[in-house]
Design a protein around this ligand. Structure first.
Ligand SMILES: Cc1cc2nc3c(=O)[nH]c(=O)nc-3n(C[C@H](O)[C@H](O)[C@H](O)COP(=O)(O)OP(=O)(O)OC[C@H]3O[C@@H](n4cnc5c(N)ncnc54)[C@H](O)[C@@H]3O)c2cc1C
Length: 452
């Protein structure tokens, strides 16, 4: 949601990406385009970037093998339907539908979406006192103008939080300011005490509506995977590219390839979970260290009946920021579902991973009771995520930390010896941290391999 807000108030001329035949070719499920060319590509990760690349490479005559460590495709496009409602554990929104390749892909894949109206919002302070519309929107406007100018006082060694506190000491303890900093910035970028004070609003955006997935974002990777050779439960542990043929070790087996496309998340690269032989070049290792990985966790609570406002977003401004301060009303786009989705960001998100379901519910209920009174019913069920400790992700998405330079995203994307290629949201300089960025990175790398 936040990225949409940046557009609304700070950018008027949006970059419109024209969907070229090249961008959409990988969405075409009809047949394989060209004769086999005798070259094998192994793709590590059956996810939106890897599957988009796989489809395009297959259409261009490559023998493509996709190795995925988990038991299903999708990675951070993951949907939990155990409560009879599609709870997206990773991406939920298509951020801006105008020119966004995910919008057309969603249609082809049968992913139903609903418009989420940013104007349908109520914000409560402590004691259930509503922030007036004028106070909310004035502070929101000031917040955006701070975002436009703070970088003028930024430096490569100072965090966003340090510069903000220096410039606006009176805002630091204001609950509404804390809410905007948390929900409009930390959610999208990462821990403010580690976020770059120069590059906190880098990246391009699509215009158009914000749309949320209704029947599950995993519909897209499932669609892309149709007809591909995807091998599940295959954890890649070593990639040896010291000879002409590349040797990929997975589950006690070694498979040979001419090219390898690595789409594992930045968190997995940081954790050195794959042994590259020879070691990755210094520029790549440096970029892996320098670009940050945020943590966002999501929580879905369901009730027998809904007791909350009939608005899309219900906000709460407690003293402690970064958790359970923002509720998405699921009922607004799924009228039969009495559920709220809420979030925790950055360190608070990481801390939730050590909390029991009961502790989480109690904290969320404390906020809801303060808004709606002590007589509100107890939730029936909770679903939650633990992205930091997920060994196939180690965090939610990349961000520009102190020390990150934009060229580091290109360094992450740089191929090695025309043999090892890299895709994934963290490799897409213009659209990092998003599903569409990941998709575009897969198409970009497929094009590189085809051009060889
Ligand atoms: C909480 C959350 C909310 C988000 N919200 C949005 C949103 O609303 N809109 C949006 O556009 N984006 C959102 N995103 C970001 C979006 O989900 C990601 O950018 C995108 O899905 C990343 O795709 P990817 O192709 O880079 O790879 P990933 O989906 O990260 O997949 C990497 C794959 O590699 C596999 N893997 C890892 N290690 C190995 C190994 N050793 N061997 C084999 N396979 C391995 C993993 O199992 C995984 O399947 C969100 C993400 C999170 C976590």
């Amino acid at each position: 949601m936040q990225r949409r807000k940046f557009i609304k108030d700070t950018i008027t001329g949006l970059p419109i990406v024209i969907i070229t035949p090249s961008l959409l070719s990988s969405c075409n499920n009809e047949g394989d385009g060209q004769k086999a060319n005798g070259k094998t590509v192994i793709i590590v990760g059956a996810v939106i970037s890897g599957l988009a690349a796989a489809k395009k490479l297959k259409e261009n005559g490559f023998n493509v093998i996709v190795l995925e460590a988990q038991s299903k495709v999708g990675g951070r496009l993951k949907t939990n339907r155990s409560l009879g409602v599609a709870f997206d554990e990773g991406a939920s929104w298509i951020h801006g539908t105008a020119g966004n390749p995910i919008a057309s892909l969603a249609q082809q894949a049968g992913m139903n979406t609903a418009f989420t109206d940013d104007e349908s919002i109520l914000a409560y302070d402590l004691g259930g006192v509503l922030h007036s519309d004028s106070n909310f929107s004035d502070t929101e406007d000031k917040f955006y103008s701070v975002l436009e100018t703070l970088k003028n006082n930024g430096s490569s060694t100072k965090s966003f939080e340090t510069v903000f506190n220096e410039l606006y000491p009176t805002y630091c303890n204001d609950r509404l300011w804390k809410f905007f900093l948390s929900t409009y910035l930390t959610f999208d970028t990462g821990d403010l005490n580690m976020l770059s004070s120069l590059l906190y609003n880098e990246g391009e955006e699509f215009g158009g509506e914000e749309r949320i997935s209704v029947n599950g974002y995993d519909t897209i990777p499932s669609y892309l995977a149709i007809g591909l050779n995807v091998q599940l439960n295959q954890k890649v542990t070593k990639i040896d590219y010291s000879n002409t043929k590349i040797l990929v070790s997975h589950n006690g087996t070694v498979t040979e390839a001419d090219y390898v496309l690595v789409t594992v998340p930045l968190g997995v690269l940081k954790a050195n979970k794959i042994d590259f032989v020879p070691s990755l070049p210094n520029t790549k290792q440096n970029a892996i260290q320098k670009v940050g990985v945020n943590c966002v966790n999501k929580f879905l609570l369901t009730w027998e009946t809904a007791f909350w406002d009939d608005e899309q977003y219900i906000c709460y401004t407690p003293d402690i920021k970064d958790k359970f301060n923002y509720f998405v009303n699921v009922k607004k786009y799924q009228p039969t579902v009495n559920a709220l989705m809420t979030f925790a960001y950055a360190d608070k998100a990481r801390q939730t991973e050590n909390m029991t379901d009961q502790q989480i519910i109690e904290e969320i209920m404390t906020h809801l009771r303060d808004i709606y009174g002590n007589n509100i019913p107890y939730p029936k069920n909770i679903l939650r995520t633990k992205w930091q400790t997920n060994e196939y992700s180690y965090g939610s998405y990349s961000y520009t930390a102190v020390g990150t330079e934009m060229r580091h995203f290109d360094d992450l994307a740089e191929e090695i010896d025309d043999k090892i290629f890299f895709a994934g949201e963290h490799t897409e300089i213009d659209y990092f941290s998003t599903a569409h960025g990941a998709y575009l990175s897969g198409i970009r790398e497929a094009d590189k391999i085809i051009a060889l």
